[in-house]
Design a protein around this ligand. Sequence first.
Ligand code: ATP
Length: 320
Amino acid sequence: MQRIGVLTSGGDSPGMNAAIRAVVRKAIYHGMEVIGIKHGYKGFIEAEMGPMNLGSVADIIHRGGTILQTARSEEFRDPRGRAIAFENVKRFNLQGLVVIGGDGSFKGGMEFYREYNLPVVGIPGTIDNDVPGTDYSIGYDTAVNNVVDAVNKIRDTATSHERTFIIEVMGRESGCIALASGLAGGAETIMIPEQPVRVEEICDKLIRGYRRGKLHSIIIVAEGAASGIEVGRLIKEKTGFDTKVTILGHLQRGGTPTAFDRILASRLGAKAVDLLISGEYCSMAGMVKGEIVAGNLEKVTTGRKHLDMDMYQLAGVLSI
Ligand code: ATP
């Protein structure tokens, strides 16, 4: 394999730059050429692509976001859009493609492989950590740390004002960010889509805590479980407690990636190139129990990642 393309697709996540850097440098190390494709599949169709060298990825390992930028492309969902992208594969003489993104991006890569037989390898890059076949996706650790930073700050003011704070976090249909940040931040209650809980139960717990002298409470709500604003309104209505709602939004996705994410991204980027070289197409580089492994992309796109419910139970036990 002489020349490969690399793109970032879907939502951006901190650490994607470290992954791009690893793909480019590992490929060059093995004597290959790399074409960077801007704006995900949109740029793939519109030929926003060009050669990358060692210098193109200098000084980016610590930067959030993605230098290749990312986008969502409705056109790529259509076979006609993918046919145009294949014209660019021929024009730029690509023999393989590394897709850094979430499961949606991998579905696009699979479709392309089926239609045009271009070897595709995925690297999981999404803060939601909802990609099966890997314990961690790039950006998740940074997002959790961003949430915990915010919880720490809110905790200071919560103690001073004796209030109930509701913090809504990202994760789409997954409760991963909420669970990890709730456990690390010492939240009283964690609302996740995987384990629905009634607001009445939360109110009972708050009242029990209040009766035994608890000064404040922090409730973490995954965006896929409920609306933080609605939860705040209901709790106020049912208990009369003063509730304050914070929606962290895109603050969670920004900032410099943690060392964990940079190391993960570097290892997965290098593995992706190894997989292309060894002919393990249609696979995804992932991390399972600390080991860097190859997963089947088809299984990844059809499977579902399960939340660690033991961790959820533990968070409940530690917050009684
Ligand atoms: P995130 O988890 O951050 O949202 P994602 O990769 O899951 O990332 P999506 O918006 O689901 O994000 O997918 C990114 C892009 O992948 C889409 O805009 C589309 O171009 C392409 N894509 C997704 N699903 C398919 C599909 N079934 N067929 C072809 N292309 C697809």
